[in-house]
Design a protein around this ligand. Structure first.
Ligand SMILES: C[S@@+](CC[C@H](N)C(=O)[O-])C[C@H]1O[C@@H](n2cnc3c(N)ncnc32)[C@H](O)[C@@H]1O
Length: 365
């Protein structure tokens, strides 16, 4: 990657042509997971630049001048004027935003961070402040949003000021079929849209002889909605309130009627299945009435808790999407006592870094 901040900026850690990165990641995956899987690892490549549809930067103040910052590769902060990993649209907006903010003391003072989120419908820029914001900022924020043709959200402790109503929707194209998903500005979204579509399609290919699906860590229904068409019924759970609210709307938007979304942590759901606790949220639903042929998990970096592993071990097919090789390896050490790995996909969500996203299909012996 022809980046002027290469090796100084801590965000990228692989400095080699993309085909060599692919080889390195494949070697890394075979070294780590060869003990669980003797088949071929499928690798899904990404664009090596301009692939990120969400990104966060710090802001550095030097007298009147402000700059974007990233963590320096050797500690501390590094001022940067561009990042080649962000989408073309975010890349174009970044300098314009900085220049507009520089001209306006109100917007500039105490600004400490900027987040970009690009959906198919719009770009949202969140400005993070270390000062009390009030409605007097609204005009400045609206003018900035109009000038850049984006939506702006300014945030400080307990205060949010929005330039205009948000309409964050992503259009996914999964094997020619289109889905429209409403996103939340604060909750998780997959950072690399093209790779996300490949992961969903891959997960769909893991499904055969299906009846019902249980999904944990479902977010706003990124996998759930496209996969719901392959199942009789779906039960999907997630801890984030805003993600679940969007997931429910996403059912309506996409005409999905066989899916129930529940806001529950994975461990709460386990206590409900183990009949250790009763939940008001479950009063209208019989979780024991499902015939789960497949379980899909896409946990955060920490991976699965012991109780989740103990529970999902009982099911025929497990589709495990993981963004952390260490926790995946730890969890496969348990799951491979009851299940065999049938398929292993490697998704290059984060080109130019050592991070690897994996998809594993496990089948009970
Ligand atoms: C890697 S994201 C995947 C989200 C979704 N599958 C997607 O593709 O957008 C992990 C999700 O787990 C949720 N989460 C984190 N801790 C959780 C917990 N203890 N129980 C349930 N969900 C949790 C997060 O809110 C986040 O939406």
């Amino acid at each position: 990657m022809n980046c002027k901040h290469l090796k100084e900026c801590g965000s990228c850690t692989l400095f080699m042509p993309y085909d060599e990165q692919v080889k390195l990641k494949l070697d890394l995956v075979s070294e780590n997971f060869g003990e669980f899987y003797d088949g071929g690892f499928e690798f899904f490549t990404s664009n090596s630049t301009h692939y990120r549809t969400r990104a966060e930067f710090g802001i550095w103040h030097d007298n009147d001048k402000i700059s974007y910052t990233m963590n320096h590769a050797h500690g501390g902060k590094l001022c940067i004027d561009e990042c080649l990993k962000v989408s073309d649209k975010i890349f174009t907006i970044m300098p314009k935003l900085l220049s507009k903010i520089s001209e306006n003391d109100n917007l500039k003072q105490k600004l400490f961070g900027v987040e970009f989120l690009q959906s198919s419908s719009e770009v949202l820029i969140t400005l993070l402040y270390h000062k009390k914001l009030d409605e007097s900022y609204l005009n400045d924020i609206r003018n900035l949003a109009d000038a850049l043709e984006v939506k702006i959200l300014a945030r400080s402790r307990k205060v949010k000021i929005l330039s205009d109503e948000l309409d964050l929707k992503d259009e996914l194209n999964i094997n020619g079929k289109k889905f429209e998903l409403k996103l939340s500005e604060t909750a998780f979204t997959q950072p690399n849209k093209a790779i996300n579509e490949k992961m969903i399609s891959w997960a769909g290919e893991c499904v055969c002889d299906s009846d019902d699906l249980l999904e944990l860590y479902c977010g706003h229904g990124n996998f759930t909605i496209p996969l719901s068409f392959k199942f009789n019924r779906v039960l999907a759970t997630e801890i984030s309130k805003s993600s679940i609210a969007n997931a429910k709307q996403n059912c309506q938007i996409n005409g999905v009627s066989n899916t129930k979304f529940l806001r529950m942590s994975a461990d709460e759901l386990m206590s409900a299945f183990n009949k250790e606790r009763e939940f008001n949220r479950l009063k209208d639903i019989d979780i024991f009435d499902y015939n789960f042929t497949h379980v899909l998990v896409d946990p955060p970096r920490a991976g699965l808790s012991k109780s989740v592993i103990e529970f999902i071990k009982n099911y025929e097919n497990i589709i495990y999407i993981s963004c952390c090789m260490d926790s995946l390896k730890r969890d496969l050490k348990h799951l491979n006592k009851t299940h065999k790995v049938l398929k292993f996909g490697v998704f290059d969500q984060f080109a130019n870094t050592h991070h690897v996203e994996c998809g594993v299909l496990l089948k009970r012996f």
